[in-house]
Design a protein around this ligand. Structure first.
Ligand SMILES: [Zn+2]
Ligand SMILES: [Zn+2]
Length: 465
């Protein structure tokens, strides 16, 4: 006994060194939650008629409806509640939470109103606030956080004012001013010198937004962001950029862009110009788990946009998308708190089928560095991952499974590979179209799908995520 005690006794200097090292490690690491696309459907109710379970399924039957939802429906409250408590369970004290919008169900505008939309935003805000009362939340507007949906104006509006009120405990006074003008704001990240967050309202660039279609710079957001990022460089700050609708093209539907072409170009230019201060971009809207790369003029990777999966399992009605549902997902980002470099990404999910059968356990789906054998989530590592996805079938298949949060376990064939690889690599529309041709040639047959130009596709596709 004496011997064992003796053997494990630390000398005082060893203890001190150990504490210092441990403290040093802790001080360098931070983590935050990213949640997005909760899409609460208050109409969800189980009953005898599968077509009447939820308004968000439209004419589709909710064939596997259960307490936690159905793949044809947006989230019932039980799923929303369960996702917020899963966050509490896996990481109860994050540095902050990033919440990138889309709170209301996919239903026609006539079934919603300004009051209904604001009440849904308010209910979800309360749910997060109740479980994380002392956590700072950075919240961006989604195209479904407005009435009529996607019609967010490039100037002051009652809904911007009302939403700023709902979020007032999370917003600094200066943030409220810009939010009321255009739905965007910037703050020092956690009020710390040297760190900043830019919360954008990219719904202004969405091609479904008719109010901004002729504007050069809606709400002056581009010139404002340019100024904020230039000042950030002057102050040697590191910046996270968050928003809802991402630039680039949807990876599950060939040639489906979200932004109007000029806005897409301008967004890419903004990131390329200021990449040295931007440490990460975090967006939603797709409901899928994917990422986008940005490059300098020499082709070196300079920035990554992480698109996190949605909480809603709702199967998209976008024509041409196969298996467009997902399991509900939430995600932790681990970062270097000295540089804001993203070190790792851990995704948790709820298998909806299992949950409805009684096994309602949120589980870790994967950790980026473990599953893809990359050292971190820096642009260089994400580029390495992209090259792996492009050339190695196993990596492609693994990425493809995670893309739908382990919902679609089918094969990603040659055409599917081209769609994903080109969306990941090329945010610029012209370069994306050239990529389709090159990649199809290299995989032999991947280009067999009809190739509509991005511009033509904007006219044809009338759906919205
Ligand atoms: Zn959404
Ligand atoms: Zn959206």
């Amino acid at each position: 006994m004496t011997f064992r005690l003796q053997r494990f006794r630390f000398q005082t200097w060893e203890l001190l060194l150990c504490c210092l090292l441990f403290k040093g490690t802790l001080a360098l690491s931070g983590n935050f939650w990213h949640i997005t696309d909760l899409h609460w459907d208050p109409s969800y109710a189980l009953g005898d008629d599968p077509k009447k379970v939820c308004a968000s399924s439209g004419v589709r039957p909710a064939a596997q409806a259960g307490a936690f939802g159905d793949y044809a429906c947006d989230s019932p409250w039980k799923l929303i509640n369960s996702s917020v408590y899963a966050m509490k369970k896996f990481l109860p004290d994050p540095d902050f939470i990033v919440w990138t919008g889309d709170d209301t169900p996919h239903v026609p505008d006539r079934d919603l109103s300004q009051e209904a939309v604001l009440s849904i935003i308010s209910n979800l805000t309360d749910a997060i606030k109740q479980v994380f009362p002392n956590t700072k939340v950075y919240s961006a507007l989604g195209n479904h956080d407005y009435h009529p949906k996607s019609q967010l104006p490039g100037g002051p509006s009652v809904m911007y004012n009302q939403t700023a009120l709902i979020w007032q405990h999370w917003l600094e006074p200066e943030s409220r001013e810009t939010f009321q003008k255009g739905g965007y704001y910037t703050e020092k990240l956690l009020n710390k010198t040297g760190f900043r967050i830019l919360v954008l309202n990219t719904n202004l660039y969405y091609d479904r937004n008719l109010l901004t279609k002729d504007a050069e710079d809606p709400a002056g957001q581009f010139s404002w962001a340019d100024r904020v990022l230039a000042e950030a460089a002057g102050h040697k700050e590191k910046v996270y950029v968050i928003g809802h609708v991402p630039p680039g093209v949807f990876e599950k539907r060939r040639n489906k862009p979200w932004y109007r072409p000029d806005f897409n170009r301008r967004y890419v230019d903004l990131i390329v110009k200021h990449h040295s201060v931007i440490a990460g971009q975090f967006f939603g809207h797709h409901h899928t788990d994917t990422f986008r790369m940005f490059y300098d003029s020499e082709g070196s990777p300079i920035s990554t946009m992480f698109l996190s999966p949605g909480v809603t399992p709702w199967e998209t009605t976008l024509p041409g998308v196969k298996n467009g549902a997902n399991n509900p997902g939430i995600r932790i980002f681990e970062y270097d708190s000295q540089t804001l470099l993203v070190k790792d990404v851990v995704t948790y999910y709820l298998n909806l089928t299992h949950a409805n059968a009684g096994w309602d356990r949120w589980e870790k789906e994967y950790r980026l560095t473990e599953s893809f054998h990359v050292p971190d989530a820096s642009p260089a590592s994400m580029q390495r991952l992209l090259e792996g996805i492009s050339t190695d079938r196993c990596r492609l298949q693994k990425y493809y499974q995670f893309n739908s949060v382990s919902y679609d376990l089918g094969e990603c064939d040659a055409a599917c590979r081209v769609d994903h690889v080109c969306s990941l690599r090329e945010v610029d529309y012209d370069r994306y179209e050239r990529c389709l041709v090159t990649e199809a040639a290299s995989s032999g047959g991947g280009g067999s799908l009809p190739v509509l130009s991005v511009a033509a596709s904007i006219l044809f596709v009338l759906n919205q995520q």
